[in-house]
Design a protein around this ligand. Structure first.
Ligand code: PGA
Length: 241
């Protein structure tokens, strides 16, 4: 598990976005695994900036997002559909037919079909990941079985509190989501995890000291993945040796 440290979140996000840019350039029909959350906004700003400055073909891509809130419509500004459309898809001209989410209120499907759809397109070439303070990846909260696939999940209290900053009232934060499972994530050929700032310091330090995966810290499964890079800013990096 490689850890790369950058002076700032901007520099780290640019480095990560360049990895995605090169992947798309090299293989225009790539299957991208995408993530949302506060951490990713600078990443999408950098990636859309690069694509618009030095155009590459994005029309053959397929994207699979990690998760979506349950029972929220895709038009809802709090949905991850809306996040992705505003911050990335509309900026670079990725059409909704190319994008996939594990849940869409308007067209509900069995969540486990998501894994089959990913497999049918040859699997995820590169997966973007964030991490929760509690070590979650996607919405796979602590003690999620490592062999889990895409399914409806209950959000932990920590996650509900952390996500309350995006809502007017904590009571508006959905209590459930549909998330790729841990085994779904682990099938990605390459994984790039971004973590920035004070809030993520303790979990990254803990993860960097682990030697064996533990279901209590979902991200620890990444210790067994052959191609993972964790990209952090100096706030976190100065505590790593
Ligand atoms: P954040 O979420 O980027 O909003 O901190 C990351 C995550 O929970 O995976």
């Amino acid at each position: 598990m490689k850890i790369s440290v950058f002076e700032t979140k901007e520099a780290a996000s640019k480095y990560a976005s360049d990895i995605f840019y090169e992947q798309i350039k090299k293989q225009p029909n790539s299957v991208l695994g995408l993530a949302t959350g506060g951490t990713m906004s600078t990443f999408y700003e950098k990636l859309s900036g690069s694509i618009n400055e030095n155009p590459i073909d994005v029309k053959k891509l397929n994207t699979f997002n990690l998760d979506e809130y349950y029972e929220i419509t895709s038009e809802n500004p709090q949905s991850y559909h809306a996040y992705m459309k505003t911050l990335f898809f509309d900026k670079v001209g990725i059409d909704s037919a190319q994008t996939h989410f594990p849940y869409q209120k308007e067209h509900q499907e069995d969540p486990s079909l998501y894994d089959q759809q990913i497999d049918a397109l040859g699997g995820i070439d590169i997966q973007l990941l964030g991490i929760g303070r509690n070590g979650h990846i996607g919405f796979n909260e602590p003690n999620t079985p490592f062999n889990s696939i895409t399914r409806v999940v209950d959000l932990s209290e920590t996650t509900i509190q952390d996500n309350a900053r995006f809502f007017e009232d904590i009571n508006e934060v959905p209590k459930q989501a549909v998330s790729m499972g841990i085994s779904t994530i682990m099938k990605a050929k390459r994984i790039i995890l971004l973590a920035f700032g004070e809030a993520k310091k303790d979990i990254i330090i803990e993860l960097s000291k682990m030697t064996t995966p533990d279901e209590n810290i979902p991200a620890s499964i990444l210790l067994t993945h052959p191609n993972v890079e964790i990209i952090v800013d100096k706030t976190i990096g100065e505590y790593l040796n």
